[in-house]
Design a binder for this molecule. Structure first.
Ligand SMILES: Cc1ncc(COP(=O)(O)O)c(C=O)c1O
Length: 381
């Protein structure tokens, strides 16, 4: 497979692509024809997507980025290839011993046409932290950002029009080297792909109804709850399925040690609003330090709210006026109700509330309509 380091800008440019093989004249001609038509399509400003009906399911884009580590832990420069299946050794660390991390960030298209990434350095640092915890090699912060940037630029036509969503980027780091005995893999792959998305929940922008899970904890002290290990997600899928089958939007987990404190939702952090005070569970290793969480806390402090990061007893859910969840996929999502032990507590939702105020400032910064005075936004096109 050949390398592709730049994006086709015109239909006369035929990129060299990994996996592009010609067999005989006829086959070669049809491959070239298909290739020209692809290149023509890729000249279009937007991909052929129903932008008004995007949810959060995988849409196949054009390219993905990948780089592998060598035995000294350094990653090669990396390359773009056509989005598609990857090949793995059956003894790969990821398949046998779960050495895998995910990340999630978004590219937004502003009204002025600029394409922006939101705090990608924090995703890169979180992946590095996770890699240390999981005994894996990881790419540098710059290399991580470069891989994400290349992926966005190569898939630019998949970045939704302003106000119609974003291109969700999924960086993966996994043990691709083979090991039969329990051991860290000898080689790691860093891969980035993307998919245009809009609302994470089927509820759209309507308020969420959460269910407090009392049997299955998400994480435990000393475990991997504080990093984005892929192994954190499989064990809660059944609890999520159960809650969803009963009409709830998602699950709110309790701490494994006492079962008395709330922790977080399946892929988002949680906040309670009580008067001028905003309360959220502290990150002590069992909760993911969300980048949206961190950003919302900073915005709330700037606005003059008091923010408390501490243990939050499940009983406190009764005292909150508003509740909201934060996450890259979720955004800042209003929670309309939480059900705990068959008791449903309802919360205020709608405009002119703290949740809405925080959401509109965050979205404004992410999409470039509010000036970024904090150096959070990286303009890549
Ligand atoms: C378990 C969990 N908590 C919280 C979050 C929110 O984190 P972020 O705001 O960085 O997307 C995520 C999503 O990545 C998550 O998977």
């Amino acid at each position: 497979m050949a390398l592709l380091r730049c994006i086709p800008q015109s239909s006369t440019y035929l990129p060299k692509i990994r996996g592009f093989r010609m067999h005989g004249t006829k086959a070669a001609a049809s491959v070239v024809e298909e290739h020209i038509s692809r290149a023509e399509r890729e000249d279009e400003e937007y991909a052929d997507v129903d932008w008004d009906n995007l949810g959060f399911s995988l849409v196949r884009t054009d390219y993905m980025f990948a780089t592998k580590s060598s035995s000294d832990g350094n990653f090669d420069q990396g390359y773009l290839s056509r989005y598609g299946n990857i090949e793995l050794n059956p003894a790969a660390g990821i398949l046998n011993y779960g050495q895998g991390l995910i990340e999630g960030l978004k590219a937004y298209r502003g009204e002025d046409g600029r394409v922006l990434l939101f705090r990608p350095d924090l995703n890169a640092m979180r992946m590095k932290m996770g890699a240390e915890r999981m005994c894996m090699h990881s790419p540098s912060v710059q290399h991580f950002i470069e891989g994400v940037k290349q992926t966005v630029l190569a898939n630019r036509r998949w970045v939704p029009p302003p106000g119609k969503g974003s291109l969700y980027l999924r960086p993966l780091l996994f043990g691709s080297g083979a090991s039969l005995g329990v051991a860290a893999a000898p080689e790691y792959t860093f891969l980035v792909f993307g998919s245009p998305v809009q609302n994470y929940f089927k509820e759209g922008t309507a308020a969420l109804n959460l269910y407090v899970e009392e049997v299955v904890p998400r994480a435990y002290l000393g475990g991997t709850g504080g990093v984005k290990a892929i192994s954190n997600y499989g064990p809660v899928l059944e609890a999520m399925r159960r809650a969803k089958s009963r009409g709830f939007s998602d699950v709110l987990y309790l701490d494994a040690e006492t079962g008395k404190n709330i922790e977080e939702v399946s892929a988002s952090n949680i906040f309670l609003v009580k008067g001028n005070t905003i309360v959220t569970p502290a990150t002590n290793g069992t909760i993911l330090g969300g980048i949206t969480r961190k950003s919302v806390i900073e915005i709330a402090l700037d606005l003059g709210y008091k923010v408390e990061e501490r243990s939050v007893a499940v009983e406190e859910l009764k005292d909150a006026r508003e509740v909201f969840c934060t996450g890259t996929a979720t955004g800042v999502a209003s929670v309309g109700s939480i059900t705990f032990q068959n008791t449903r507590t309802e919360y205020k939702v709608g405009d002119a509330l703290v949740t809405q105020q925080l959401r509109s400032i965050l979205v404004g910064i992410q999409t470039g309509s509010i000036q970024d005075t904090k150096d959070w936004v990286l303009e890549i096109a």
